[in-house]
Design a protein around this ligand. Structure first.
Ligand code: CP3
Length: 344
């Protein structure tokens, strides 16, 4: 499989620290950019945008043109996998995703085991357009949701503050819940491999809701499925570069890194610096972890926060990013300020 020479981002994932860390932002293609809002307005629904290869390529490249980030992430969503599994998935303006709930064993009995990847052909086409348009030094990131986080939306049918429906289902009906997880593991392997074949250089697995699980459940429903996905991808592409984002995993980050074999782990802004340096950055590259709210704030608070992240992590293998996605109300001038500060 052709792997383009994408540095310095890929070099960090191979274990080589860069003097100036590579930078990108989660949700870097999005509503804080006027050029995104313009494309979004003419695309129709959110999924219509996700399945239009030319428009996906355009919004994926917008933040690269404006900020010269070291990585582009393909514009899509983690919920395209339930969609390809034949579940109904809608995005209501101002409300977030709406799915048909999968909240009892009888409903799980109707879940397809094989996704229709023909439905995701526009994602693969967009990856190949973007890879062709990007300079060789910029990495292209493909992604999927971790099974646990995707399952929280599939079970409840929408976003929830505490993922209570999925947690309850995992306690009450562990076999049925394990079936959802297994279906997501198998299809995520296939999906990530197809993204690599279409032009992705690096993969990220988003486990946004990992932090709500007690340790035993975290090991079973977050770590183990992620480990199986990575094993499955590397069975076909042994040197596949993979970043994990188990948001809120805190004290469990070292065991997550150890068990899953990720090349890098994305951390949120609550991470304790010395713990991360000694127990996590010693085993894998670290990505993060500026608080998106200080990026909204700007000024000296932003400068101090950027300096603090750099002083904490830039001595080791490090990718500068936010601790979670950029918020729509973030001023563009603050992103520019952050980049000047990181790049010197
Ligand atoms: O990072 C990027 O620039 C790539 C694009 C991307 C989107 N979603 C676009 C999107 C990525 C990587 C995701 C992942 C995703 N989707 C996650 C995990 C990462 C995270 O942020 O925690 C989750 C939990 C979802 C599910 C999802 N999609 C929710 C809860 C929502 C509604 C909330 C919101 O921000 O509006 C979405 C919609 C969505 N996905 C939008 C974007 C830009 C907003 C919709 C719009 O622009 O109309």
């Amino acid at each position: 499989m052709p792997q383009s020479p994408t540095k310095p981002f890929s070099d960090v994932l191979s274990g080589e620290r860069q003097a100036i860390p590579p930078v990108w932002m989660m949700r870097q293609a999005g509503r804080y950019l006027p050029e995104y809002r313009e494309v979004r307005a003419k695309a129709g629904g959110f999924l219509d945008l996700c399945f239009n290869p030319e428009l996906v390529a355009e919004v994926t490249l917008q933040p690269i043109r404006r900020f010269d980030f070291d990585a582009a992430i393909i514009f899509s969503d983690i919920l395209v996998i339930p969609y390809a599994l034949g579940r109904s998935v809608r995005f209501e303006v101002g409300e977030g995703p709406r799915l048909e709930p999968l909240d009892d064993p009888a409903k799980v009995g109707t879940l397809a085991t094989q996704a229709d990847f023909g439905k995701l052909a526009p994602v693969f086409e967009a990856l190949s357009i973007v890879r062709g348009a990007l300079g060789a030094e910029i990495a292209l990131i493909g992604f999927c949701g971790a099974p646990w986080t995707v399952a929280t939306y599939m079970v409840a049918g929408h976003g929830t503050p505490d993922q209570a429906r999925a947690r309850m289902m995992a306690y009450r009906h562990p076999e049925a819940f394990a079936k959802i997880i297994d279906v997501l593991v198998n299809n995520s392997i296939e999906y990530l491999l197809a993204q690599l074949a279409a032009g992705a250089d690096v993969l990220q697995i988003f486990d946004t809701w990992a932090g709500v699980l007690p340790p035993a459940e975290f090991a079973r429903w977050s770590v183990e499925p992620t480990r199986r996905i990575i094993e499955g991808v590397r069975a076909k592409v042994p040197d596949a570069k993979i970043i994990g984002f188990p948001r809120g995993a805190g004290a469990q980050l070292p065991s997550y890194v150890e068990a899953t074999g990720v090349n890098a782990v994305s951390i949120d802004w609550t991470a304790e610096p010395a713990f991360i340096r000694e127990r996590v950055q010693s085993r894998a590259a670290v990505q993060g972890n500026l608080d998106p709210l200080v990026l909204i704030t700007g000024g000296t608070a932003l400068d101090r926060a950027v300096d603090n992240v750099m002083a904490t992590f830039a001595q080791g293998r490090f990718i500068f990013n936010l601790g979670h996605g950029i918020q729509p109300e973030t001023p563009i001038a603050h992103v520019e300020q952050m980049l000047r500060r990181v790049r010197g």
